[in-house]
Design a binder for this molecule. Structure first.
Ligand code: GLN
Length: 543
């Protein structure tokens, strides 16, 4: 039978509860304990697929095509697991399933209530994940903060679990924040005391309190929290803000979290081995030589919108012992202020996206990369933009476009497939999750992957329009990855360019800290040798 670790948050959101959960998983895995993980999101959307990045940040796509919370990306990267739809549960899913069952008559005339019907549905999701994953430990993160109205049924469900599976099989971690008052120059514990009181009112006594803070936490403060919140002094674990999230597993291990969990849950475990993580963090701190990459998108003021892309670039830079200098370029600024925003970068990434805003700026970035022979990596929309820009150049017409942005374009180089044209609903109508891609021998992409067949994760509606394949191929576009039936272009690149590659899928979801994704790895490999800033200027191609 699986054991459960439940993680709640107190005081404020966005203090890194997801990273804490991911890191707890890492330290358990480092003891050869099998783990799986689930995120509970209290909002009423069925999934974040229809939410704006302003609301939600990145939508992380699992191999089975679920559109999920970005925390799942951190879980996958830290714990090196591939999760499924079962790892993200929202209130929207819970309520729609309870109501669907009510309509079917499953409750035999009963009154449907939050307790027990909604809480039972929630607990069933825990148990299903335990059963399907067969993991020894299931980590469950409750989204939001204790005290939120929407979160109540989830907290009630995790409270009930103590009796359902026995107190020796559950472990509660509460992640809080200690604010700093500059006038008195001290960290305050009162908000933590209040949030723990709120948890205890519901019936949950935390086993461990992890205290996030921007300042060092003294023994005095730890003792105070231990006394007022009724946890052992060693169970108050300080987690100060650190320059890299990849240091968090090392800090939690050092503070004894792994030992506390293993002892309370009575798990037989090997000694922890975090050598790989220690190496990673050492390298992160030691790498000095920069590699300067521009990320051209429309949500750059909101760094979470491109979370996995940023992490993948970090992984690739680390692999080459480089310090990633990421230049966030708002694509609308490129439209207005021109290409000088890109004048010193060694590589350009155009990530995924939807809608017309900022598209012309991204096309400009692709044109700049092509003419100046700057390495370019296009991710989904980034590939579409690269194709549009190349077509504009080849057909000598700035009318070439995707029908997503100009339905009347005379050169619809990116278009919906004929069978997609009747789709009306916006939710869940995309090509989602893993699809195979055959790599074409001798291409840059095939060289990067060093294999012939890969599975990559997708999230898009529009495709390369096959009507234009021959004409663009003759002009120098190489289709380096195709669906097994040859019908869909999955990867394209330019023959006459050091490294300009676009993929219709999202490789950023597969990169791991110590195993960068091959496309990111190769992109940074070529970019790192590009000389900019005062060095020989790259030779511009005649455009
Ligand atoms: N908007 C484009 C499409 O739907 C690209 C999507 C994406 O980048 N994820 O095909």
């Amino acid at each position: 039978m699986s054991k459960y670790i439940f993680v709640t948050g107190g005081v404020v959101s966005s203090v890194g509860k997801g990273i804490t959960v991911a890191s707890t998983g890492t330290i358990l895995k480092s003891r050869q304990i099998t783990v799986s993980v689930q995120k509970l999101d209290p909002y009423l959307n069925v999934d974040p697929g229809t939410m704006s990045p302003y609301q939600h940040g990145e939508v992380f796509v699992t191999q089975d095509g679920a559109e999920t919370d970005l925390d799942l990306g951190n879980y996958e990267r830290f714990m090196d697991v591939n999760l499924t739809a079962e790892s993200n549960v929202t209130s929207g899913q819970i309520y729609s399933s309870v109501i669907a069952r009510e309509r079917r008559g499953d409750f035999l005339g009963g009154t449907i209530q939050v307790v027990p019907h909604v809480t039972t549905e929630i607990k069933d999701r825990f148990k299903k994940l335990a059963q399907h994953s067969q993991a020894e430990v299931i980590l469950i993160e409750v989204g939001g903060t204790v005290g939120d109205i929407e979160g109540q049924p989830f907290l009630e469900a995790i409270r009930q679990m103590r009796n359902d599976v026995g107190p020796e099989n559950v472990f509660y971690i509460h992640v809080t924040y200690l604010p700093y008052l500059s006038t008195t120059q001290e960290l305050k514990t009162k908000p933590t005391q209040h949030s723990v009181n709120e948890l205890r009112r519901i019936g949950i006594q935390p086993d461990v309190i992890i205290c996030r803070s921007d300042y060092p936490i003294s023994e005095d403060i730890k003792r105070k929290i231990s006394l007022f919140c009724d946890v052992a002094p060693e169970a108050v674990i300080p987690l100060p803000t650190v320059p890299t999230i990849y240091e968090v597993p090392l800090i939690l291990e050092e503070a004894g979290l792994g030992r506390l969990v293993v002892n309370k849950l009575n798990i037989k475990a090997s000694p922890p081995d975090l050598t790989e993580w220690q190496g990673l963090v050492r390298c992160l701190k030691e790498c000095q030589e920069p590699v300067k990459i521009a990320l051209v998108g429309k949500y750059v003021e909101l760094k979470d919108a491109y979370y996995s892309v940023r992490e993948s670039l970090h992984h690739a830079a680390l692999y080459h012992n480089r310090d990633l200098k990421l230049v966030w370029v708002q694509s609308e600024d490129l439209e207005r202020d021109g290409e000088n925003l890109l004048s010193s970068v060694q590589g350009i990434v155009v990530p995924g996206g939807f809608g017309i805003r900022g598209i012309e700026g991204m096309i400009k970035a692709a044109g700049y990369a092509r003419r100046n022979r700057i390495p370019y990596l296009g991710l989904c929309l980034g590939m579409q933009v690269m194709v549009i820009e190349f077509a504009r150049h080849v057909f000598n017409s700035n009318k070439a476009n995707s029908t997503e942005f100009d339905p009347a374009t005379p050169y619809p180089v990116i278009d919906l497939l004929p069978e997609q044209k009747s789709v009306k609903d916006m939710g869940g109508t995309m090509r989602l999750g893993d699809y195979p891609c055959h790599l074409v021998d001798g291409s840059r992409a095939a060289r990067a992957y060093a294999t012939t067949l890969v599975q990559e994760r997708h999230r898009h509606r529009f495709e390369f329009n096959n009507e234009f394949r021959d004409r663009l191929e003759k002009a120098g576009m190489v289709y380096s990855g195709l669906s097994p039936d040859g019908r869909l272009v999955e990867l394209s690149e330019l023959a006459d360019h050091p490294w300009m590659v676009g993929c219709q899928f999202h490789p950023e979801f597969l990169s791991r800290p110590t195993r960068p994704h091959p496309l990111f790895r190769e992109f940074v490999n070529v970019a790192k040798d590009v000389l900019r800033e005062g060095a020989q200027p790259p030779l511009p191609l005649a455009s």
